[in-house]
Design a protein around this ligand. Structure first.
Ligand SMILES: *[C@@H]1O[C@H](CO)[C@@H](O)[C@H](O)[C@H]1NC(C)=O
Ligand SMILES: *[C@@H]1O[C@H](CO)[C@@H](O)[C@H](O)[C@H]1NC(C)=O
Ligand SMILES: *[C@@H]1O[C@H](CO)[C@@H](O)[C@H](O)[C@H]1NC(C)=O
Ligand SMILES: *[C@@H]1O[C@H](CO)[C@@H](O)[C@H](O)[C@H]1NC(C)=O
Ligand SMILES: *[C@@H]1O[C@H](CO)[C@@H](O)[C@H](O)[C@H]1NC(C)=O
Ligand SMILES: *[C@@H]1O[C@H](CO)[C@@H](O)[C@H](O)[C@H]1NC(C)=O
Ligand SMILES: *[C@@H]1O[C@H](CO)[C@@H](O)[C@H](O)[C@H]1NC(C)=O
Ligand SMILES: *[C@@H]1O[C@H](CO)[C@@H](O)[C@H](O)[C@H]1NC(C)=O
Ligand SMILES: *[C@@H]1O[C@H](CO)[C@@H](O)[C@H](O)[C@H]1NC(C)=O
Ligand SMILES: *[C@@H]1O[C@H](CO)[C@@H](O)[C@H](O)[C@H]1NC(C)=O
Ligand SMILES: *[C@@H]1O[C@H](CO)[C@@H](O)[C@H](O)[C@H]1NC(C)=O
Ligand SMILES: *[C@@H]1O[C@H](CO)[C@@H](O)[C@H](O)[C@H]1NC(C)=O
Length: 791
């Protein structure tokens, strides 16, 4: 590398990095949208509101009004107090939003909501530039309410009005915030809003603000640094005997991309510190690379003794102060969590979860005995599907009758759920060799059969019948002893289909009450193991969740279905108990309240979502539980696993991939083999997956969509989902600067590859030479890592 360095110095470039004179404020300018308003989303009493085309509206009395700030961005809220019943949002239909004057943009910000009920709707904004070029920017849009999962926006209300009356729908509704990088090669003239291809799922925009790029005040091309945010999180690190709080500080370089060069970038270790009346820095954050138009986030570890205004200080590699940014609200991690939903809503996924990226989900229970469903149906739903409808038009009914005769009911399968070959060590070996960093076991599905000790709440579980073993306890204890680095999680179904005690709470496909025997309709089926309790939530659901937290020490409470719950009480105890043990834990968005992360099912998101999310799906194309109808060749192969994982991680997601063991407790070979093959890829190329962050400027290339981008403080990763031939080209400016090294991680020798950037565009070409590109583990994904040379 010495040679390259000196040859570059000869070209007169400065290696010491930028000489930014100070920090500039991060500005945001609300745009006026009123001319494009075509819909009324809010109302005072339901009258006039028609957000969704069906007469629904937000209650305007519950919304903030006027100038409003979120995540440091200023918005102008459009609904006044809507007593006059005027339009207050744009339903997007390819309208053109013209900027007051052409402006080079750094970032765009919006308040929006989808109507309908979809998890994710990819939406495309087209930016029109003065040079007549266009660029597409993708949004992953969320629905204003969602059932049975919960979306949490930046503005939330407990209900909506329906039918243009004051009648209410009690699903909580939200308005969301989205910020995105804008390609900043040239000034933006206008933005074409997304089309409305699906009339049942339309994008509504309430407010838009823009952050312009900034030229260097000294008209040189030095970096223009700005503090985008300093957010005091609920995450902490163990540092010697102390537990400093993590503050996420995001630095922006507001120069437009056209100025890409060494001295327009941070290219040496800059430190970020925070100070204030109640804050002091324990471990500063270090930013090594920040090119024009980019943003980089680092954790600064601090001690915070109370609420106050804090100051961020940025220093260059010599320790000289570059600048300060004042007025950031310092808030300590709550010393004690209470059941207050507002307090609990500040809780975030822990750092370990954000960095782990890949987990194994396990659906194992009584449904593993019949292990059957027609293609396209979940096998773990066998008992519900057997009963609905109770006649020969139903393939489950026919299968049950043909296979077991009319006198076998679901609970008869319990005796055959033997776990006789279950070996916790061998499962954990598979998870570990697969490259997973956590696992989540189904501890009780909707059939109510538990794999943990339910003590006196119910004896419907593996401890009291069937295997007579504490399967969760065996798995967790073995993991603690043999693979302590694997994090341990528990799936828990909030309702039960046929529990008599659930009847008072029942809804939809979880009505509660005993199942009627489909072949002998005058009879009810038993609910084996049921004990007398007086209230499902108080005597069963909450105690189960607390047992999983306190006795078993789960680190992820991965609930399902939501519905009636005592989750705020649970969450407070879960967090307090974890804090006392020095652990950091998290809950998903299906516990009925206060989620940390969202969980799209058999679905990935089309674009970066800044709020943490996790895709979950089976190795089986249609089922979580084992399905004997599925052929070995149908399980996800190493290519699908790795490509999905990399795509999800590039958009800020985690991937929770499910296996369905047999009733005896074996993970069958086609699943194991594919997991281990993907694990081989991760063993060589995991540096481009674990501990990475999404890249501010986009998850993938805009030309072919076959590249994925990921970042760490010291590296930038390009993962190609198609095999490059001889060269790897990137049609966009990435943070690579002279002196950096590029390696292909699948190369056991990690040979340094020669690379160049095109002088006009800055686009990268890597010469792969004769490095062999055989897919590692058969997984077709090629990870190239740029290692920053920052002195
Ligand atoms: C509500 O709107 C009315 C009419 O525009 C205005 O007179 C009043 O001041 C507003 N009230 C609030 C609280 O904004
Ligand atoms: C509902 O609010 C509107 C103003 O938005 C008002 O004109 C109307 O009288 C109200 N209707 C009822 C039933 O209160
Ligand atoms: C952009 O297109 C317009 C209309 O077609 C044309 O008048 C103008 O010269 C073009 N500008 C550039 C920079 O090419
Ligand atoms: C709302 O309107 C729908 C369709 O007209 C009707 O079925 C429903 O009962 C109404 N709901 C209420 C609460 O008025
Ligand atoms: C949520 O919305 C759905 C669809 O409109 C409705 O059936 C359900 O009753 C609502 N839930 C609550 C708690 O209001
Ligand atoms: C932690 O302890 C080590 C060893 O005593 C010391 O070198 C290091 O500076 C300490 N770290 C902090 C942040 O205090
Ligand atoms: C922070 O400063 C602002 C004004 O700059 C002030 O309004 C606010 O009260 C301060 N907050 C705290 C917690 O000191
Ligand atoms: C249970 O297993 C036995 C022995 O393999 C088998 O004969 C029987 O059909 C099974 N019964 C059920 C209900 O699965
Ligand atoms: C179970 O036992 C505990 C401890 O003895 C007791 O506090 C609790 O009330 C019992 N629960 C039920 C449902 O009987
Ligand atoms: C892996 O699975 C995908 C999707 O089914 C398929 O397109 C691909 O050909 C498979 N790859 C190999 C090597 O079998
Ligand atoms: C896009 O695909 C075409 C055709 O395969 C290829 O020639 C080109 O290099 C690719 N561009 C990028 C940026 O990957
Ligand atoms: C790695 O380097 C060794 C020694 O130079 C060479 O023999 C071997 O072929 C290289 N392996 C690969 C996969 O390039």
């Amino acid at each position: 590398m010495k040679l390259l360095r000196s040859s570059v110095v000869l070209l007169g470039l400065i290696f010491a990095g930028a000489r930014a004179a100070s920090l500039v404020p991060f500005t945001s300018i609300p745009l006026s949208l009123a001319d494009l308003f075509n819909n009324q989303a809010t109302s005072l009493n339901g009258s006039g509101g028609n957000f969704d085309g069906l007469g629904s509206s937000y209650d305007v009395s519950l919304l903030p009004t006027g100038a409003w700030n979120y995540d440091g961005i200023s918005y102008e809220l459009p609904w006044g107090n809507n007593t006059s019943g005027s339009n207050d949002n744009i339903v997007t239909r390819n309208q053109v939003l013209a900027l007051p004057e052409p402006t080079v943009l750094h970032e765009i910000h919006m308040l929006y909501a989808m109507d309908g009920n979809d998890v994710d709707t990819p939406m495309s904004f087209i930016f029109n530039f003065v040079d007549n070029s266009t660029e597409e920017v993708e949004m992953s849009a969320k629905a204003w309410w969602r059932w049975p999962e919960i979306n949490v926006g930046v503005i939330n209300t407990p209900y909506s009005f329906i039918n243009q009356t004051s009648a209410k729908n009690s699903n909580a509704t939200s308005i969301f915030q989205w910020s995105a990088s804008v390609p900043s090669g040239s000034a933006v003239e206008s933005i074409m809003l997304p089309s409305d291809t699906d009339p049942d799922s339309r994008l509504h925009i309430f407010a838009v603000s823009i952050t312009p790029s900034t030229l260097s005040p000294d008209s040189a091309t030095n970096a223009v640094l700005s503090v985008r945010r300093a957010q005091f999180s609920t995450r902490w690190e163990q540092v010697n005997e102390t537990r400093p709080q993590a503050v996420q500080v995001t630095l922006a370089n507001l120069l437009p991309i056209s100025a890409l060069s060494v001295n327009a970038s941070i290219n040496s270790p800059y430190t970020v510190e925070i100070s204030g009346p109640t804050v002091s820095t324990v471990v500063p954050g270090i930013v090594r690379r920040l090119i024009p138009s980019d943003q980089v986030s680092v954790d600064v570890l601090v001690t915070t003794s109370g609420t106050s205004n804090a100051t961020v200080t940025v220093k260059d590699e010599h320790g000289a102060v570059v600048g300060t940014s004042e007025g950031w609200l310092a808030t300590p991690i709550p010393a004690e969590w209470t059941a207050d939903p507002e307090l609990l809503s500040t809780h975030e996924t822990p750092t370990w979860y954000n960095q782990a990226k890949y987990g194994i989900f396990v659906h194992w229970g009584v449904y593993s005995v019949p292990a059957w469903a027609p293609e396209g149906t979940y096998a773990e739903w066998y008992n519900w599907d057997l009963h609905n409808p109770p006649n020969s038009s139903n393939p489950f009914y026919v299968h049950q009758l043909d296979t077991y005769g009319p006198d076998v009911v679901y609970d008869d399968f319990i005796a055959n759920f033997t776990a006789s070959k279950f070996n916790a060590s061998s499962w954990l070996d598979i998870f570990d060799k697969a490259g997973a960093k956590y696992f989540v076991l189904v501890t009780k599905h909707h059939d109510g059969f538990a794999l943990f000790d339910t003590e006196n709440t119910t004896h419907r579980g593996s401890v009291y019948m069937g295997p007579q073993r504490d399967l969760l306890g065996e798995l967790f204890d073995t993991a603690k002893q043999e693979k302590p680095w694997l994090h341990r999680g528990t799936y828990y179904s909030m309702p039960e289909w046929f529990n008599p005690d659930y009847a008072p709470y029942g809804f939809s496909e979880w009505p509660g009450g005993l199942a009627r025997n489909v072949f002998h309709p005058s009879e009810f089926e038993p609910y084996t193991g049921h004990l007398n309790i007086s209230d499902y939530l108080t005597d069963l659901q909450l105690p189960h969740m607390l047992t999983l937290a306190e006795r078993y020490g789960t680190e992820i409470m991965w609930c399902d279905i939501g519905g009636p719950n005592r989750t705020p009480e649970f969450a407070a105890q879960f967090y307090n108990n974890a804090m006392a043990k020095g652990a950091q834990v998290t809950i998903n968005n299906r516990c009925g309240a206060v989620p940390d992360f969202t969980t799209p099912e058999y679905q990935t998101l089309g674009a970066i979502q800044a709020q943490k999310w996790e895709t979950n799906e089976g190795m089986d194309p249609f089922s979580y539980g084992l399905n004997s109808n599925t052929n070995a060749s149908q399980y996800k192969n190493a290519t699908t696993i790795i490509q999905t994982l990399v795509d999800v991680v590039s958009k800020n997601g985690n991937y929770l991939l499910d296996v369905g063991p047999t009733a005896e407790g074996e993970i069958i070979a086609p699943m194991t083999d594919n997991l281990l093959a993907a694990g081989e890829w991760l063993a060589s190329s995991g540096a481009c997956v674990y501990n990475t962050s999404y890249w501010f400027k986009g998850a993938q290339d805009s030309v072919n969509g076959t590249l994925r981008f990921l970042t760490t403080p010291e590296t930038f990763c390009i993962v190609s989902l198609v095999e490059p031939s001889q060269t790897l080209s990137v049609n966009g400016q990435i943070p690579i600067l002279p002196g950096d090294e590029v390696v292909y991680l699948g190369d056991p020798n990690n040979t340094s590859l020669s690379w160049s950037t095109e002088p006009n565009t800055g686009y990268l070409t890597v010469d792969i030479g004769d490095i062999p590109l055989n897919p590692v583990g058969g997984a077709e994904a090629w990870a190239f890592q740029v290692k920053y040379n920052t002195g």
